[in-house]
Structure formats: structure tokens, C-alpha cells
Ligand binder design. Sequence first.
Ligand code: ADP
Ligand code: MG
Length: 265
Amino acid sequence: MPTAASAEPIPDPDTRAEVIHVKDLHKSFGSLEVLKGVSLNAKKGDVVAIIGGSGSGKSTMLRCINFLETPSSGQIVIDGEEVMMNADGSPASRRQIERIRTRLAMVFQQFNLWTHRTLLENVIEVPVHVLKVPRGEAIKRARELLDRVGLSDKEDTFPAFMSGGQQQRAAIARALAVDPNVMLFDEPTSALDPELVGEVLTVIRDLAAEGRTMLLVTHEMKFAREVANHVVYLFEGRIEEQGPPAEVFGNPQSERLKQFLSSVT
Ligand code: ADP
Ligand code: MG
């Protein structure tokens, strides 16, 4: 006879919400087709590493996901909300894009801090002026974030007086200030002197450990292997291979991926 316990539904092993859903994304610049039908999903807490040679379309893909570039076609769903596009891929609703963008935060290779503002002002800018968070509250939160990335003593400093590693950690604090559901990193350590890479990776590693959903374009293969739970290899605008890091790095199937990995490690 079935007991009460056995009548309970068997729990789905992975009921996490899907945060990013990209389907058949295409992007051309004039006659140059850069993305040739890319599909990608990330659930809450996923860290997806995106690897591939220079020019394979990694940045274009991230930029399409937050509509810094207009896709040529495809479907993008963020937090279950489908981005409405016109036939040419342009967003049908500016307001929707603005709303969705507040849930995504991007960190670029070049730190993109506002040079004429102090570090604290950089971090509170969007919360205060776009999200209308009261200034006092935004400052309190900014200080917590600066503390987290190890920059408590730098809040009145201008970016020009900080090292590249400090600027990138500041850019991460600024990205976190909007409390995004997803962080998009585009080669966050590529512009740094080698001795400054570690301090930025440490911050990203902590974010991964606390369950932040992230898409991370990186050339740091060891780091990708360590923090990602899914790895996507792009080749000329297509996903050539993907899977768990142990598979992609430890047992690559495609000849192109094998070649790529031997060229970067
Ligand atoms: P990756 O980040 O993998 O190095 P990108 O996405 O930056 O590659 O670029 C992919 C291709 O798209 C490259 O050939 C690049 O020159 C081209 N491309 C990127 N952005 C533009 C643009 N705004 N206009 C024209 N071509 C572009
Ligand atoms: Mg790039």
C-alpha cells in the first residue's frame, strides 16, 4: 500500500529557474555574419564560461544579450521574460530593454569607469540616478561592496590613481550595485598586467561561490575550469562544442577545440 511519503512527487533534480535563454541567435555586421545561430541557457547559479579564438564572436554574443548590439534574429529570454524584437532584431520596446538591462550587469575588458568621478561616485551613479535609490542608502550599499572587493580605503580616489586591478575590482563593485540577476564578464583580466590578474579572479571566484549567475568570456583556461559548471567553445560564430569543464578541457572531441586548447595552454 502506498505510504503518504511515497505519494509525494519525486523532486525534479534541477528545478532552478532559467535566467538566460538564447535561441538561434544570429548577428551580421553588413555582409559579415558573426553569429550563425547560437543557443545557450543559464539557470540560476550557473557559471558559463565562453571560450574561443579572437574574432569568434564571444563579445558580440554578450553584447547581443544585453542589447548593446542589435541581434539580426533569434530569441532572447531573460528571467522568463522574452525580449520583444522587431523583424530586424531591434528591440520593440525601449522601456523593456531598459528594465531588463537593470537585471544584467556587464564588466568589460577596459574597466569603463567614469574618470571624473571618485570611486564611491562611480558605484552609486546608476543606483541613485537610474534606479532612484535614496542617496544615503546607495552610499551605505556602495561601501559594503567596496569593502567586499577590498577597496574600502579608496572611495574618494579617482580611477586614474588606481592600478588596473583596483579599477577592475571597482568596476565589479559598480556592476554589483544594481543587484543584478546575471553578471556578464567580457575578458575581465585581459587588459591587466599579469601580477594583477589574481586579485580580480579572486573577486569573481567569490561571486561564483555565492551562487551568482554569470556568463564569463575568458582566456584564463585554468580559471574557467575551476569556476565554471558549463563551458561553451565558440568557433566562427557557432558553438563547436560545450559541456562540463572536465569534459571540454579534459576530453575535447572536436579537432578545432583540441587545437585551440593546445594554443592557449
Ligand atoms: P571575439 O570577442 O570573440 O574576439 P567579436 O565578437 O569581438 O569576437 O568579433 C567577431 C567578429 O565581428 C570580428 O570579425 C569583428 O571584427 C566583427 N565585429 C565586431 N563588432 C563589429 C562592429 N561593430 N562592426 C563590424 N564588425 C564587427
Ligand atoms: Mg571579445
